[in-house]
Ligand binder design. Sequence first.
Ligand code: ADP
Ligand code: MG
Length: 565
Amino acid sequence: NYKELEKTLFSMDGKSYSAYKSLKGEYKFEKYIFAIDHVQSDPYAPPSKMRVIMDRKICGIPCELTDTKDKNIAVSDFLTRNFYREIQKSGNDSTGTGGSGRIFIDRCGQEILERTSVLIKGDKVEVRFEMGMPARGRRIMGKAAQKIIFEQLPEIVEKSIIYDNLNKKALNEQVILVLDQEYARKMLKEKGLASFVANDSVLPRESGVSDKPMKNAVKFRSPEKFEITLKLPSGKEISGMGIPKGITLIVGGGYHGKSTLLAALERGVYNHIAQDGREFIISESDAVKIRAEDGRNVEKVNISGFINNLPQNKDTRAFSTENASGSTSQAANVAEALEYGTSLLLIDEDTSATNFMIRDGRMQKLVVKEKEPITPFIDRVKELYDNFGVSTILIVGGSGDYFDVANHVIMMDEYVPKDVTEKAKEIAKLDENKREFSSNDKFQGVTQRIPLKKSFSQSGKLDKTKAKGKYSILYGKELIDISGLEQLVDDSQTNCIAVMIDYFKNKVLDEKLTLSQAADRIYEKIEKEGLDSISSYTGHPGNLALPRKQEFCATVNRYRKLKIK
Ligand code: ADP
Ligand code: MG
């Protein structure tokens, strides 16, 4: 129990750092079990992994606040943020060499994600955190460790986990908010919408490096034509712009807020915390941002719907390259998104390859069809919706060609959206230099691909997959660059993808499952057994936040040694 731990810590004072290893185990404190799952090997190594395990009765959080998955996620998120805040308030700080003495918990951003940081399950509440075991040089600071574990930690736990000490109103509101957001997302389907943007939403962010809302931003206001009202489970009614399924074009002068609107729609696949400004910007949860990503690796992807008749007769039904061009990378991104499933594509001119997006009437006259391998997106976007049920919301500010195919045209005018559909359609009718449909075949859809086990054999069984920040993952010596995945929002999602890749290659891949099916297996497992279940650690599973299937598959697709059957 705790008395022994205290004694041991005092007696360790001044000993060599490795003695800390012997602390691994569980200790009974007054209100909780304190578990030391993993001890770092030196003060500079990643901090030691620990947990506090508390009886639900002692914690006191009412069952009705956690009796559905969505509620459970909302409460876990709330407790994680609380714990984080209490660490800051407690004055906990470095007390020696390296990360000595510091307590850490996974840091939440503006989104509310399913995480491993707090687990509420059965009659237990578990907090997973880390601690830098304190040292001076390589000598144990036993008294400092005692102080952190016996004074700081209990106070942090007391203030951040015990229901009676929580801001109950805020907790309750967060649960209600998540339920309302989930409901709104379900309503999209019923109302035939691709996305919804509530009036008074704040779209722009503080800066390129801060995801907090911009102060004094122009608040969102729906054009009358698209305004709808949603009645939410909380009783609240919210009005805003419902973007119908189909093809929606966003136009407007430079700097009028087009990209900001699209970026908000991209993030609308996630739920957001109160005061974020995007609480009720809601998109289909499988919406995928599509961009050009030149230089990426492509492995046997069927991009023939967009690119055909390449020089030297390269087959584009199973197209491979180690260095994709702007247009081929964008074509591959679309094809792959269709493979693992999406109902909404989001495209911004700022990050698109022009030759993938458009080819105007004049260019069609100059370069004959037979000499142009690209069927631009404009000639497929309607088929994608009509035959495959995939909507597109896209920004094209520099060409009116999309007027012909768009169902709706929204103009951003000084950050305010206006409906200009009628006007755009009239202009399109008058046009003399009309372009022609440039494809003589129908869009055939995509090909499901089966990843091979040998893709991962290179580095042997012992090689771990490891996240490096938000945008890269190391598999053995192979770096997977995922900086093109704009809908990835959290380092812990990247961590989770790394863990999922390990699970994928060791337990799921079988030469029969397609990438999409294999991914589904992993998500089914997580759904049934929880996010912990894919981690290879016992106790503290690491800081994981659930990514979407889209980002997981996209990461596998960017692995340069991926081999397809
Ligand atoms: P566009 O894509 O039309 O060129 P952006 O979306 O990039 O324009 O926006 C240009 C600038 O305006 C950005 O710095 C953005 O933060 C800011 N901005 C966007 N929307 C708003 C708003 N509603 N209120 C205030 N500033 C905004
Ligand atoms: Mg822009």
